[in-house]
Design a binder for this molecule. Structure first.
Ligand code: T1G
Length: 703
């Protein structure tokens, strides 16, 4: 018997414990070990019932994602066939679900006749998050267990549901009194089944999955949900699989599901999403720092500034149960900030995401103060004051005086030089940048900006605390705009230039949203604020403004006080949240073109897409070459989670790899020659891109 399985025979029961840390991913060796153990139990006349469980608690996180796209994915025993075999065993099979059963892990449990979960168990079919669909019977067995509509909602959400919900739906037959009791109660359940001569599998709850649903249920479901799917393939394949479950016998439905799954597995979108899955885990690794480096304790946090950012930052820690001191200079600003936080929580209570007692618990963790002396015992202090260097430097001088030795001093700056801020204090090794994205209590992305002096344990500690508060931390070096905003600058510049050359803002935005970006450049600037973008641009004008045409339309709108949504007018007109094109802005662009002697011409969508993405990609590769970003995958994570780049395209770096680095280079060179002086200046391929193409490399990495 493989060491991937612990097999025990106990008084008529066979206990089969999955033991492939950390998550019992159902790789080929584990699949082989499971089927061998089940066949052994099935053939042993002493065995009257079989219990499948996670030897170390967690049941299974599903198929081994690293196998997809390789022969191992369907190497025998492939998961679908293995589960069919499990359903043919003529003895009750009980799945005892500890912690998690996700994807193929839940499908494994569904192939058992009976399921019991620990109270905190969570189950789900998360394949959709990887651009896949359940490929081992989930789309066929689940609708027969809980009905087509509930099954469809669960599969398309990719969400994990708790044990109580799973029991209510019929996925779990029972919930154990505790995690410790799970196996004992699974044993008791098995003996009950034996004593009443229960069948290996109870009769299917929904032999006709669409029972009780209108004939046009799936048609209407697609009409209602398809617009939100944008160009994503997997949701559409899920719908086809559910249709098969409603129309075909199980065996034919399983065959149809397999064909659809293989289509999804081979798709670029799934490859992109699997890249994102592993990139998220890779981002946590810090080259040159041992994973087990001793960390500084962070039991108490302080946030300076109770404005929108400071309040949002403070909420992250309160949500994680960490006490937060929130400091302001004036009482009314502090009161306003605390009131704003309470309001956010009250909205969550109204939406049923939180109870009133949880609201009060979180508010009790927030301690407002006007006195820096109250920060003397904070382990981590994060300043979120006005984006002016002098103001931040003053805050850090004060922190240097009041904070205890070893306290981590973080700045939330979005563009200022962290090294210059660190130089303000006597302990630069304790200083780091924590660039939260607004709204800080919602956005997962956190750029962790490592200063030249930042101590390794400070970096490792902040990466850990970031994960603890539910953030996706990505390490950046110090440069203007770090990773995200550094790449945003040429992207915005190019969009402005395109409008001078003949495109309308709506056309540029339309091309980008057709690629499934959440927002186009101009609607994003209107949301963030044309004034905010002007101030950032102004702070860096010396290095980026090439001539008076630089983002000139944005400059003009700023001068007119047209800041975007906040003033009702920006690149577009706003009535509430309704956005309308503004012919005045187009006329302004035309006038500026004449004034700046920029020839106008009809602009085709492909050129708009090429130019916006090529400058974005080029800058990202340059960041990698400078060592500001550690990996191409990190850059992808920043743009997916901070700027709405579609995850099913994998991020700008993955997208470039899929296009072909040689094609990206050729495109940049084409526009460099086609756009005259402007092209010569701004379509310079980065040396690393040229080196990669010259070396015939297909992946973006430092060479
Ligand atoms: N396959 C391979 N490795 C996996 C894995 C998986 N399914 N799940 C986790 N890992 C690795 C992960 O890369 C990391 O490795 C370590 O385990 C800890 O993970 C046929 C086709 C389970 C909630 O989508 O959601 O089944 O970095 O850091 O934060 O129909 O991992 O240590 O080297 O994320 O505690 C469906 C994906 C697959 C679940 C745990 N299953 N995993 O989170 O730890 S498709 C999923 C997760 C499928 C079938 C279909 C999370 C987690 P390393 P972690 P965590």
């Amino acid at each position: 018997m493989s060491d991937l399985i612990h097999y025990r025979l106990e008084d008529g029961l066979a206990l089969i414990g999955l033991a492939r840390p950390p998550v019992n991913a159902l790789s080929q060796p584990l699949r082989a070990a499971i089927i061998d153990a089940c066949e052994r139990a099935a053939a042993d006349t002493r065995v009257q019932a079989i219990i499948l469980h996670g030897e170390h608690g967690l049941f299974s996180a599903g198929a081994d994602i690293s196998e997809f796209g390789s022969d191992a994915s369907f190497a025998e025993p492939d998961l679908p066939s293995m589960l069919v075999r499990l359903t043919e065993i003529h003895k009750p099979l009980v799945a005892a679900i500890g912690k998690l059963a996700l994807g193929g892990g839940l499908e494994l449990a569904l192939a058992c006749g009976y399921r019991v979960g620990e109270p905190s168990a969570r189950v789900g079919l998360s394949e959709i998050n990887l651009g896949l669909l359940p490929g081992a019977g989930g789309t066929q067995r689940l609708p027969r267990l809980i009905g087509a509509e509930s099954a469809l909602n669960l599969i398309l959400s990719g969400a994990q549901i708790n044990a109580e919900r799973a029991r209510m739906l019929g996925i779990l037959d029972r919930i154990a009194t505790s995690a410790d009791q799970l196996l004992d109660e699974a044993r008791a359940y098995a003996y009950e089944l034996i004593s009443c001569s229960a069948p290996a599998r109870p009769a299917e709850a929904w032999p006709e999955p669409a029972e009780g649903l209108p004939d046009d249920f799936l048609t209407r479901y697609r009409a209602e949900h398809e617009p939100r799917w944008k160009s994503r393939l997997a949701p559409r394949l899920v719908l086809s699989a559910l249709e098969a479950a409603c129309l075909l016998p199980l065996e034919e439905g399983l065959a149809r599901e397999l064909a659809l799954f293989k289509q999804a597995e081979a798709s670029r979108q799934s490859k992109a999403l699997r890249h994102v899955f592993f990139a998220e885990r890779e981002a946590a690794r810090i080259p040159g720092i041992e994973a087990d480096i001793p960390l500084r304790k962070v039991d108490k946090v302080a946030v300076i500034g109770a404005g929108t950012m400071g309040g949002g930052i403070a909420m992250n820690f309160a949500n994680a149960g960490i006490p937060v001191a929130l400091l302001e200079l004036k009482g009314e600003a502090l009161d306003r900030g605390l009131m704003q936080i309470r309001k956010h929580y009250e909205i969550s209570v109204k939406r049923g995401k939180m109870t009133t007692e949880q609201l009060e618990q979180r508010m009790d963790l927030l301690f407002g103060t006007l006195d820096y002396a109250d920060l003397s015992d904070a382990d981590l202090v994060i300043e979120a004051v006005f984006e002016k260097l002098e103001i931040k430097q003053q805050v850090f001088r004060t922190l240097d005086e009041v904070c205890k030795p070893g306290a981590i001093l973080a700045t939330n700056t979005s563009s200022l030089d962290v090294d210059v801020i660190a130089a303000t204090v006597s302990r630069p090794q304790d200083v780091i940048g924590l660039h939260f994205f607004s709204p800080a209590n919602v956005m997962r992305l956190l750029e962790v900006v490592r200063g030249k002096a930042t101590a390794p344990d400070v970096l490792a500690t902040t990466m850990k605390i970031a994960k603890r508060i539910g953030k996706l931390p990505v390490i950046s070096g110090v440069c203007f705009g770090f990773i995200g905003n550094r790449m945003l600058e040429p992207y915005v510049r190019e969009a402005h230039r395109l409008v001078l050359e003949g495109a309308a803002p709506a056309q540029v935005d339309g091309v980008l949203t057709d690629l499934d970006l959440n927002m186009g450049v101009f609607s994003m600037l209107d949301l963030a604020g044309i004034d905010v973008n002007f101030l950032i641009r102004d702070a860096n004008r010396a290095t980026t403004a090439h001539d008076e045409s630089y983002c000139r339309l944005g400059e003009e709108l700023y001068a007119m006080g047209r800041y975007g949504q906040k003033t009702g007018r920006g690149f577009y007109l706003y009535e509430g949240r309704n956005r309308k094109d503004d012919h005045e802005v187009v006329a302004m662009a035309e006038r500026l073109s004449v004034e700046l002697q920029v020839p106008r011409r009809p602009m085709d969508d492909q050129e708009i897409l090429d130019r916006c993405l090529f400058v974005l990609i080029n800058e990202g590769i340059q960041l990698l070459d400078e060592g500001i970003a550690l990996r191409a995958g990190d850059i992808d994570l920043v743009w997916i989670n901070g700027y709405g780049f579609p995850a099913h395209l994998g991020g700008p770096m993955h997208y470039a790899e899929q296009l072909g680095l040689d094609k990206v280079l050729a495109g940049i060179q084409r526009y460099r020659h086609a756009l005259g002086e402007y092209g010569e200046m701004w379509f310079q391929p980065t040396p690393l891109l040229e080196r990669l193409v010259a070396a015939g490399r297909t992946r973006i990495e430092r060479i």
